[in-house]
Design a protein around this ligand. Structure first.
Ligand code: ZN
Ligand code: ZN
Length: 337
C-alpha cells in the first residue's frame, strides 16, 4: 500500500523552513491591507478586488443577455451551458477533489473513473496532476510552497492585486504543472491502472468536452449554425464559467469571507462560491477538515456535492464517507464564531 500524504498533518518542510515561513507569514499578516487590523490602502484594494471578482461574471451575464436579444442565445443553449457546467463542475468537486485528492469517501473503481472523466471535461488539466497540486496546496496552505496562495505577494494594495491575480490565473503560467512530483503526492492514484488510463487520454476528454455539446445542438436543432452555437455556449463559454468558479476558490476563498474554524491558514467560507462552486466555497470548513466529504457543515450551507455523495451512499455507490464529529468541530471552532 502506497504512502499517501495527509495534507493536514504531514509536511516535508524542515523545522527551520517552517519557522521561516511562520515569521514571514506573521510579517505579511501584520501589514497586508485585507488584515482586519491593517487599514492602509483598504478601500483601493477592495475596489480593485471587487472589479476583478465581479467584472468577468457581469461581462458574462451581459454577453448572454445581448446574444439573447440578437437571437444567438435561447433557452436551449442556456440549458446546454448550465447542464455542462453542473456536470463537469461536479466532476471537479466530487471526483477530482473530494474522492481522489482527499479520499473523503470510497467507491467502486468504475465510479471513480466516471467522476474523473466528468472532471476531465472541465478542462482544468490532467486529473492526476490536478490532485497532486491540490494535495500540495493543503500541505503548504498560504505558506511558501503553496502553488496558488494569494497571500504571499507582500504589502499594499498593488501587491494584494498581484496576489489575487496570481492565485486566480497567474500560477497556471508558472510551469508548476510540469514540476509537481506526482510520485510523492499521488502514489495511490498512480497505482490504479484504470485511473491512469483515464488520465492518459486527457486530451481526448478535452476534444469530447467541445464536440459533445456541438453534436447535441446539431442533432436537436438540425442546423450547422446550431453546431457552432453549441460549440460556443456548451463548450467554450461553459469552460470559461467552470474555470473561473474553480479559480475563485483558490483566490477569493483565501481572501473574502468568514472563518468559523482554526485551519492554520487564511481560508474563508464564502456564500456566493458555496452556491456557484457546488459547495466548495465553504473553504474554511474544508481546510479545517480536509478529509470531510461534507463542506457545508451547517444545514443552511448549500453543498450540492455533499447531497450527491449522500445520495450515492444511500444507494450503495459510496461508503466510508467521512465527516467531522461534533467534538472535532468544537475543538477547532474559533471563539468569535
Ligand atoms: Zn484552499
Ligand atoms: Zn482540498
Amino acid at each position: 500500500m502506497a504512502t499517501v500524504i495527509d495534507p493536514q498533518h504531514d509536511s516535508d518542510a524542515s523545522p527551520s523552513a517552517a519557522e521561516a515561513n511562520a515569521d514571514l507569514k506573521a510579517q505579511i499578516e501584520a501589514t497586508t491591507p485585507w488584515n482586519d487590523s491593517g487599514q492602509s490602502g483598504k478601500f483601493g484594494h477592495q475596489l480593485a478586488m471587487a472589479i476583478a471578482v465581479v467584472g468577468p461574471f457581469l461581462g458574462f451575464v451581459s454577453l448572454i443577455a445581448c446574444c439573447w436579444i440578437y437571437g444567438s442565445m435561447n433557452a436551449f443553449y442556456l440549458a446546454l451551458l448550465i447542464g455542462g457546467w453542473v456536470l463537469s463542475g461536479l466532476g471537479i468537486t466530487i471526483g477530482f477533489h473530494r474522492l481522489l485528492s482527499h479520499r473523503s469517501f470510497d467507491s467502486f473503481r468504475w465510479v471513480k473513473a466516471m467522476w474523473m472523466a466528468f472532471g476531465a471535461l472541465a478542462v482544468e488539466g490532467s486529473p492526476i496532476m490536478w490532485c497532486a497540486i491540490h494535495r500540495k496546496h493543503h500541505q503548504f496552505s498560504d505558506l511558501f510552497g503553496d502553488p496558488h496562495s494569494p497571500r504571499l505577494h507582500g504589502n499594499g494594495w498593488w501587491n494584494a492585486v498581484r496576489g489575487f491575480t496570481y492565485a486566480h490565473t497567474g500560477w497556471l503560467f508558472s510551469g508548476l504543472w510540469r514540476s509537481v512530483d506526482s510520485e510523492k503526492y499521488v502514489p495511490d492514484l498512480l497505482e490504479d491502472k484504470l485511473l491512469v488510463a483515464v488520465d492518459k487520454v486527457y486530451y481526448l476528454w478535452v476534444l469530447a468536452s467541445l464536440a459533445i455539446p456541438a453534436a447535441i445542438a446539431g442533432i436537436v436543432m438540425q442546423s450547422w449554425m446550431a453546431v457552432w452555437l453549441g460549440f460556443l455556449w456548451g463548450g467554450l463559454a461553459r469552460i470559461f464559467l467552470t474555470h473561473h468558479i474553480t479559480w475563485s476558490i483558490n483566490s477569493i476563498c483565501h481572501i473574502f469571507g468568514s472563518r468559523e474554524f482554526e485551519a492554520g491558514d487564511e481560508s474563508r467560507n464564502n456564500l456566493l462560491f458555496g452556491i456557484l462552486g457546488h459547495g466548495e466555497g465553504w473553504h474554511n470548513n474544508h481546510h479545517a477538515f480536509p478529509t470531510s466529504a461534507r463542506h457545508g457543515l451547517r444545514w443552511w450551507q448549500f453543498d450540492l456535492s455533499w447531497y450527491i455523495i449522500r445520495t450515492m451512499q444511500m444507494v450503495g455507490l459510496a461508503w466510508d464517507v467521512r465527516t467531522p464529529s461534533a467534538r472535532a468541530q468544537e475543538s477547532k471552532r474559533l471563539s468569535c464564531s
